[in-house]
Ligand binder design. Structure first.
Ligand SMILES: [Zn+2]
Length: 138
């Protein structure tokens, strides 16, 4: 599979200049971790000013996006969209290939585990990561 090729010009048109520029700052600052691709969108974790955010942007249509940050809730746009696209485009072919398949492979493996094994894994994750506990309880 080729590298990621988000249309950064389309994203620049979609986002106000300040948001795009702040997204560039996040990308350059190493605050973006590309997790994988799921349901047509690329998923990344952002080390934000107010905590961790999960942002998802469709590679084929940069206006198709969601983010867990407060700005996205208010405006339907955020700097994290630009940060994800810039960092994803900078991945080499091998890293992009790994990212594209990672979540699909995980999903397939989890589907084969069965409910009891999944429950045990989730409880272990909730013990290790309080934010997982909170997320599972909400
Ligand atoms: Zn955001």
């Amino acid at each position: 599979m080729p590298r990621f090729s988000f249309d950064l010009d389309a994203l620049r048109e979609h986002l106000p200049d300040k948001l795009y520029q702040r997204g560039e700052g996040y990308a350059e600052g190493g605050r973006v971790t590309v997790i994988g691709q799921h349901g047509g969108r690329v998923v990344a974790q952002i080390d934000g000013e107010s905590g961790q955010h999960t942002v998802e942007v469709n590679e084929a249509d940069v206006t198709d996006a969601v983010c867990s940050c407060p700005a996205f809730d208010d405006w339907g746009l955020c700097k994290h969209m630009a940060a994800l696209a810039i960092v994803a485009n900078a991945l080499d072919a091998e890293a992009a290939d790994e990212a594209r398949g990672r979540l699909a492979r995980l999903e397939q493996a989890l589907e084969m585990e069965g409910a009891e094994a999944l429950a045990a894994r989730l409880v272990a994750l909730a013990k290790a990561y309080p934010e997982v506990l909170d997320a599972l309880q909400s």
